[in-house]
Design a protein around this ligand. Structure first.
Ligand SMILES: [Zn+2]
Length: 387
């Protein structure tokens, strides 16, 4: 990775690589020794990096390696799904320090859901300064405006002013991000992979795209919404989708569609959790349908793989807990349909981040903004004026 010359780039080197000596920083950034020293002292002065023991001594100067201080401040994150949310307080490295899970219905709208989020935030102990708030939502997000736009399912959230809501309660910046994007970022950063498709498989089906280290949002924030692309494997009878269209991938392969099918078969379920439990118990009808759902998802993902050439496809969300039963269909179709070159080193696997994938990604995205060149300059200016 190439680094720019701004002080935020220098901090970025530490965020990416862990503990480094002055010499490491000079050679990674191409900056002169004196520039590096000046910036290290400025960043130490605001507590964002700290000297650590164990560095090799050079030229009689004190031995010093430095590392990023993820514990300098915290971010409150809420990863809102269709039927629940996870609220967490995370450090600046994206690590969740404490977490609360709540059941909600996202269709009830922001007026009902956001107060529940606020209540959870207030229950979480914030151990250090709070620097930001990050909210993830299962719909398209206009990132700069921090709002949901034209969501296929989130009734009442369209263009709701979340920044105004946050400003009523907190005096720190807010970011709003699509839930699948946040998961893809977590996957890319935690596992240090540049090209990732993060599939969120729960009540709905979503994909987040992180390529060359950047989220691909598209013109309106709707990139990666594979759930409402046309399914490649369809019945004779069109299947209605909750977006108002029919024969979408979601209408065959999502948690809600599987629930609908199982209900028609006389197997009532109260949520995606029940589907996962039925699969774990080896219920033949459920296993058969989850396998078929995997193939429908695989067909949709195969096109993305051919077009974008990811290194990793990481599955998260409650339905992903069906594990191989779901994943075998996805693998089958992707390897059948995509060219050998794009599948040669491709990994299709379940996220190792579990239920914290969303909040981890949200915290990392918030920290990118909080430690961007403009924000960092404000932090350093304030510190220099205070001296
Ligand atoms: Zn649809």
């Amino acid at each position: 990775m190439e680094y720019g010359s701004h002080v935020s780039d220098l901090l970025g080197v530490f965020r990416d690589r862990g503990a480094l000596s002055r010499t490491d920083v000079s050679s990674l950034t191409g900056l002169s020794r004196s520039t590096v020293n000046g910036r290290l002292s400025a960043l130490s002065g605001v507590g964002l990096i700290t000297p650590i023991e164990g560095g090799a001594s050079t030229g009689g100067r004190p031995s010093s390696r430095f590392e990023f201080r993820a514990d300098r401040a915290t971010v409150l994150c809420a990863d809102i799904g269709a039927t629940g949310f996870i609220a967490a307080v995370c450090d600046l490295g994206g690590n969740p320090l404490a977490r609360i899970d709540r059941t909600i219905d996202v269709w009830e709208g922001p007026e009902r859901v956001l107060p529940a989020v606020l209540e959870a935030f207030r229950e979480l102990a914030v151990p250090t300064e709070l620097w930001g708030i990050a909210i993830g939502v299962p719909g398209p997000v206009e990132f700069a405006a921090r709002r949901v736009v034209n969501p296929p399912i989130m009734t009442g959230w369209d263009r709701f002013d979340m920044a105004e809501w946050a400003a009523e309660h907190y005096d720190v910046p807010l970011i709003v991000e699509n839930d699948a994007n946040a998961r893809a970022v977590a996957e890319a950063r935690v596992h240090r992979v540049d090209n990732v498709i993060g599939l969120k498989l729960g009540t709905g089906v979503g994909a987040g795209l992180v390529f060359n280290g950047q989220i691909i949002r598209g013109d309106k924030g709707a990139a990666g919404d594979i759930g409402h692309t046309r399914a490649a494997i369809v019945d004779d009878r069109p299947r209605d989708c909750r977006c108002g269209s029919f024969d979408c991938v979601e209408a065959y392969a999502s948690g809600w569609a599987l629930q609908r099918e199982l209900t028609e078969l006389g197997i009532p379920t109260s949520g995606v959790r029940d589907i996962v439990d039925l699969v774990a118990r080896g219920d033949i009808e459920t296993v058969r349908r989850v396998r078929a759902a995997g193939r429908v998802i695989g067909e949709a993902v195969a096109d993305l793989v051919s077009i974008l050439n990811p290194r990793t496809i990481a599955l998260s969300g409650q339905l992903a807990e069906c594990d191989e039963i779901l994943m075998s269909g996805i693998r089958e179709r992707v390897y059948q349909r995509a060219a050998p070159l794009v599948t040669r080193d491709l990994r299709i696997e379940r996220s190792t981040l579990g239920a914290s994938a969303g909040v981890t990604g949200l915290a990392l995205i918030a920290c990118d903004a909080l430690l961007s060149s403009a924000s960092l300059e404000r932090i350093l200016d304030a510190a220099s004026r205070a001296v």
